[in-house]
Ligand binder design. Sequence first.
Ligand code: AMP
Length: 278
Amino acid sequence: MIIFENQNDLQLYLQNEGINKKIGFIPTMGALHDGHISLIKESSKKCDLTICSIFINPTQFNNKEDLDKYPKTLEQDILLLKKNECDILYSPEKSDLYLAGEKVTKYNFKNLGDVLEGIYRPNHFNGVATIVEKLLNIVKADYAYFGLKDLQQTMIIKELVRLKKINTKIIGLATVREENGLAKSSRNKLLNLEGKKTASLIYKELLLISSSLQNNDIDSTLIKAKEKLIKNNISIEYLEIIEINSFKISRSINSSKKHAICIAAYVNGVRLIDNLIL
Ligand code: AMP
C-alpha cells in the first residue's frame, strides 16, 4: 500500500498510474472497523485501484470536546488496510485540505439537510459535504463507497454529486453489525462492555418497531419504543420514520415508497446513530 500525505503527490501518482483504471474511493475518519473494511472489499472487487482516506474532518464536529475524544488509531488502521489489500491511503494533515481560516461551504440540501441530523447537528452536513467535495475532486474516482449506517449522510452525498456535477458514482452499502446487532462504529470504542450491551438494545428495538408497525400506527409504536429505551438508560435525540428519498418524516407508511426508521441516542454520553430500512 502506498501512503500519501499530500494531495499533489497523490494526484501526480494517479495521473500516471490511474490511467485506464477503475478507481474506487472510501473516505473515512479512521479508527477502522469491519464496516469500513466492507466498503474497501467491495471497491477491491469492482475496481482496479482502491483508495482509502483517513482524515478526522474538524469542520463536521459540533464541538471541540467531541472532536478531541474521537478515537485515533492510525498505526492499527494502516495494518488493517494493508491486510485487506487497499492500494492507496491518503492521510493528510488539515493544512493539506483547508486554507488557514477557511470556512465551510454552505450548501442547500433542502429538506435532506433540515431534518434529523440536520436539526441536532447544525452545520454538520455543510462540514461533511465540504470535505467530501474536496476529496472527490482530488481523487476523481469512478465509484465512492459510503455506509447506509449513515443513511442521511449517504443521501446528502448523492445530492452533492448531483448538484456539483461530480463524475463519481456513489454506492451505499449495508450496515455491518456486531453479533448482538450493535452497528459497528468508531464511536463504539468509547463505550465499555456494559455500554456496548446497552447500545445493542437500539437495533433490537428498531427490529421490534418494524414488526409492530404491521398492526399499529407509527405514533403509538414510536412512543412505546422510546419509553422502553429510556427505561434502559438510553436517551433519545430522535426516533422517527422517514421516507428515504425525501427524508420527510412519515406519519403513515406509503407502500409505494421506501421508508426507514432512524434513531440518534446517547449511551453513557456517547452519541450513536442507527437505522433500519423497512
Ligand atoms: P466514518 O469513518 O465514521 O466517517 O465512516 C466512513 C464510512 O464508513 C462512511 O461512509 C460510513 O457510513 C461507513 N460506515 C461506518 N460504519 C459502518 C458500518 N457499521 N457498516 C457499513 N459502513 C459503515
